[in-house]
Design a protein around this ligand. Structure first.
Ligand code: FES
Length: 356
């Protein structure tokens, strides 16, 4: 067994220690400092080599044994034969067939692998070689040719002789990015605080989205859901569509006994709770309500919100609860808003409530 790694007397391996060394003189990489090579027993001791040989052969023979078990059990345990309990012509034999063919095949495959690994680790050649990297620097002649090509190109383009063109070119390349920025000026005014507020205000009646009629608390049956809008949000308003999009809300009545979030119950009225309908993931309408589980489901990416727990996210990519609209009841028994949503509705922006 030969060892070629220590040909370089400056190699750290020659001293039997692991260390880093300075770059080689004249370029190239230093020896990375691998641990010293340890010879295996089978490399130095013929008896150990023989033992390893027998071990590998034994493992292969165990594999043969597995194959024999596989073949034998395939034919022995047939539905028409007898099973291990000696019962003839019974389907129970198929169970034994499955068991023994499976075990036989597993043994056969496993010991082939084990033998191959043991063979490679104990008896296959165990030599380490160092192959020096070839010189990657081009010859002086090649570099001269390359430099000549560049110089010729510059001469032919006449850049050095035409400063006016060069100046104009620099001006053109500097001006071009401004053309990209120009469309930004047409993106409209900055949103200001619009993202933080909706049309809902304290005292506004809660009305049905379909016909705009107000809703009495007594009309909201247990486990029912209403799609609602604030009173006074009419088509003649400026930004009507934007305000509608932000104000969309669902009203749900649950048994207060089921409530797990006291703050949420306090912001409702006798189990009637109002949540923003706009998903906090990317803004789809969360309009599917499961009466049995009290979960609201967003159809876009399946974010699921638990109504009994303040619309907390229990599944899906949304990472904050649906904002809850505080509600009250006026003197005539109609449901009214207790104020605006306490936080921006819809998809989170910037770092809004990322920790929720
Ligand atoms: S928009 Fe609701 S889960 Fe994606």
């Amino acid at each position: 067994m030969s060892e070629h790694v220590n040909e370089n007397p400056e190699s750290p391996r020659s001293s039997g220690t692991v260390s880093t060394v300075a770059p080689k003189e004249g370029g190239g990489f230093p020896n990375p400092g691998l641990p010293p090579h340890v010879h295996r027993q089978a490399d130095e001791n013929p008896r150990a080599e023989k033992r390893a040989e027998r071990m590998v052969a034994g493992l292969f023979l165990l594999s043969v044994l597995g194959t024999v078990v596989f073949i034998a059990s395939y034919f022995v345990f047939t539905p028409m034969g007898t099973n291990l309990l000696g019962e003839p012509g019974t389907l129970h034999a198929v169970r034994w067939s499955n068991l023994f063919t499976g075990v036989g095949l597993a043994v056969a495959v496993f010991f082939i692998g084990a033998a191959a690994v043991h063979w490679a680790k104990t008896l296959m050649p165990d030599e380490e070689w160092v192959e020096e990297r070839h010189h990657i620097e081009g010859s002086d002649e090649t570099r001269e040719v390359a430099a000549g090509i560049i110089t010729d190109g510059l001469d032919e383009s006449g850049i050095a002789r035409r400063p006016v063109i060069v100046t104009a070119m620099i001006a053109a390349l500097t001006a071009l990015p401004i053309a990209v920025l120009a469309p930004l000026s047409t993106f409209g005014p900055l949103p200001g605080s619009k993202l933080h507020h909706t049309f809902w205000k304290k005292g506004l009646r809660i009305t049905r989205d379909t016909d705009g009629t107000p809703i009495k608390a007594s009309e909201v049956a247990m486990n029912s859901i209403f799609h609602v809008m604030p009173e006074g949000l009419t088509e003649d308003l400026e930004d009507y569509l934007e305000e509608r999009a932000k104000a969309a809300t669902v009203l749900i009545r649950i048994d207060p006994e089921l409530g797990q979030n006291q703050d949420s119950l306090d912001n409702g009225y006798q189990g009637i709770l109002a949540f923003s309908k706009i998903c906090t993931h990317v803004g789809c309408p969360v309009a599917l309500y499961e009466q049995q589980t009290h979960h609201m489901l967003c159809p876009c990416h399946q974010s699921t919100f638990d109504v009994t727990d303040g619309a907390k996210v229990i599944f899906g990519p949304a990472h904050r609860p649906l904002p809850q609209l505080p509600i009250e009841v006026d003197a005539e028994g109609y449901l009214v808003a207790g104020g605006d949503f306490p936080e921006p509705i819809g998809p989170s922006f910037w770092d809004l409530h990322k920790d929720k």
